[in-house]
Write a protein that binds this ligand. Structure first.
Ligand code: SF4
Length: 349
């Protein structure tokens, strides 16, 4: 295991850390066999974990598909809580374990099922799309889920003039730009009645021709990248190719050469020949891409880390299998409704 990890990671992870983590990886793989478990590893996992123990790695969409297909008894989700919940929604009879109990997400915490209820009451009949970065009770209130790889396709699949798109403000604005829709961010405080057709005031919440209705959730990592960051890196490395995640602001996305989900960014680096890239997403993914593409320079701005993804360590993953913790449960009444929204998304691809 040490040799295998060293071959991939010797330029990324110090040798002493590699030796220590290789021993834990051996323990994890042994436990995995004994317990008939599968380990899913999100692209944001630290390199030593990412390249040693997961049976499958990828973005939320990929891993949701893998979770739907597994025949193992236990799913260990090396990611955050909403991802493990999605695996449970798709696999009610299996045990789903999240290695760190408090691995949350600022987006998932930005909205509640009551908020979605209130939006549906305010905009009756308007279909609700929720990003997978939400908890099960919010998914249960939705018509369909989406990820950053299929958000625009999901919105377009609804063939609806107006769509409620929750909860990421920046992803919603980027989808609005991509699909040519305009967007409003409603207040849920009591408002005067909406005007009837023909009475709307252009540009305001009262107008009737709004097309995307958003929410002010943000990813606490991606919201921190700025156009100034890109300019500063370009001043130093004029040939740099800038890749940003669609949870970044529309200004950052516009200033980038490419914007896409974590998997799309990985593919972009594999398939293009540029010598140098700036990866505007969680820093660990920059490490993982650098390890897979040693002939390319991967610049990353690591001053911002995801405090939730970082709680998933190799030690916690081993202990999850050893002590059967932390078990993810979703009440059945919520699960069946959330399942419909997730399954509908998986059918779109
Ligand atoms: S990187 Fe952002 S969206 Fe992903 S888990 Fe962390 S806070 Fe949530």
């Amino acid at each position: 295991m040490y040799e295998k990890m060293k071959a991939r990671l010797e330029k990324i992870v110090p040798d002493v850390e590699l030796r220590y983590k290789a021993e834990i990886a051996v323990e994890i793989n042994e436990l995995k066999k004994q317990k008939n478990a599968v380990i899913l590893g999100h692209n944001y996992m630290e390199p030593a974990l990412f390249y040693s123990v997961p049976d499958f790695t990828g973005d939320s969409l990929d891993l949701s598909r893998k979770a739907a297909q597994t025949d193992k008894d236990i799913i260990v989700f090396c990611g955050v809580r909403f991802m493990a919940e999605t695996a449970k929604i798709l696999n009610p009879s299996k045990t789903v374990l999240l290695p760190a109990e408090k691995a949350g997400c600022s987006l998932a915490e930005s909205i509640t099922a009551e908020d979605v209820h209130a939006l549906k009451a305010k905009f009756p009949g308007v279909p609700v799309v929720t990003y997978v970065n939400t908890y099960a009770d919010v998914k249960a209130e939705s018509d369909i889920c989406c990820t950053s790889s299929n958000a625009a396709a999901v919105v377009e699949s609804l063939h609806s003039d107006t769509v409620i798109f929750l909860p990421d403000e920046y992803l919603a604005k980027n989808v609005a730009n991509e699909t040519g829709k305009h967007i409003i961010f409603p207040t849920l405080a009591p408002q005067p009645p909406l005007p009837q057709a023909g009475e709307g005031v252009k540009g305001g919440e009262g107008q009737l021709d709004y097309q995307l209705i958003g929410w002010h959730g943000r990813c606490e990592v991606h919201e921190k990248f700025t156009v100034k960051d890109i300019e500063a890196v370009r001043a130093q490395f004029p040939d740099v190719v800038v890749l940003s995640h669609p949870e970044c602001s529309p200004e950052v996305v516009a200033a980038s050469n490419f914007s896409g989900s974590t998997n799309a960014m990985i593919r972009y680096v594999q398939q293009t020949k540029a010598p140098r890239y700036l990866v505007l997403t969680e820093c660990a993914m920059g490490d993982n891409i650098a390890a897979a593409n040693p002939e390319k320079d991967m610049l990353r701005l690591c001053m911002v880390r995801c405090p939730h993804m970082n709680t998933i360590t190799m030690e916690e993953t081993r202990d999850a299998l050893k002590f059967n913790r932390y078990v993810i449960d979703v009440p059945e009444e919520i699960r069946v409704r959330a399942y419909r929204a997730v399954q509908r998304m998986l059918e779109i691809g």
